[in-house]
Design a protein around this ligand. Structure first.
Ligand code: ZN
Length: 200
């Protein structure tokens, strides 16, 4: 037991979910609609809602920024190779937290102290000092300077990965947190198009 309010809320919510679970226990493991979404962990984004997913429909891979990190690519390769997805979406979003710092800034904040930092609207600072670790300076945090450029970079990185077959179209989008709309990044979708074999 715990007095965490969140802990208890999650337990209660799950009990309610179980009560209405119905026949979802019979869902197949491979995603029924055969696609995957790579997107940001931002709490305002709900891929099930913005892309119309039900349980069992699609893979959703999330991380800070929705970046094509090595680990995101690991999941995408498994998604296709073992679980049969045939189309992928890379979806970043407006007002992403990953635009608000740089790899250097986060490395320095962590080197000083591990507690939650504060943001003035222009810069980050640590309310407490001491007990940090320089380990953060050795990590590429995959921050973002411009959303459309980051989507294009990530689609290209996935497209060019040696373990990703040319037959999977990769679509690039920026989700607008003000309207809920998915705006396509045409250059990214173009870079992610299926590569047909040249006749030899
Ligand atoms: Zn984000």
């Amino acid at each position: 037991m715990t007095d965490s309010i969140i802990y208890n809320e999650v337990q209660q919510a799950n009990a309610d979910y179980v009560a209405g679970f119905g026949d979802k226990g019979g869902l197949a493991l491979p995603p029924a609609r055969g696609f995957a979404i790579l997107t940001c962990m931002d709490a305002r984004l709900d891929p099930a809602k913005y892309a119309g997913l039900a349980e069992g429909d699609a893979h959703v891979i999330r991380n800070a920024g929705g970046r094509a990190s090595d680990d995101a690519i690991r999941s995408l390769v498994i998604s296709h190779k073992l679980l049969g997805t045939k189309e992928w979406f890379v979806i970043h979003h407006t007002n992403c937290g990953m635009e608000l710092f740089t790899t250097d800034i986060l490395g320095s904040l962590l080197a000083d102290n591990l507690s939650t930092a504060s943001f003035s609207g222009t810069e980050w600072s640590n309310p407490q000092h001491g007990g940090g670790s320089p380990t953060g300076k050795y990590i590429n945090w995959l921050t973002i300077t411009e959303q459309e450029a980051s989507v294009l970079d990530d689609v290209k990185r996935i497209r060019e990965h040696p373990l990703v077959p040319d037959t999977i179209p990769i679509y690039g989008f920026v989700y607008d947190v003000k309207t809920g709309r998915l705006n396509e990044v045409k250059d990214a979708t173009d870079a992610g198009r299926v590569r047909t074999q040249m006749a030899s």
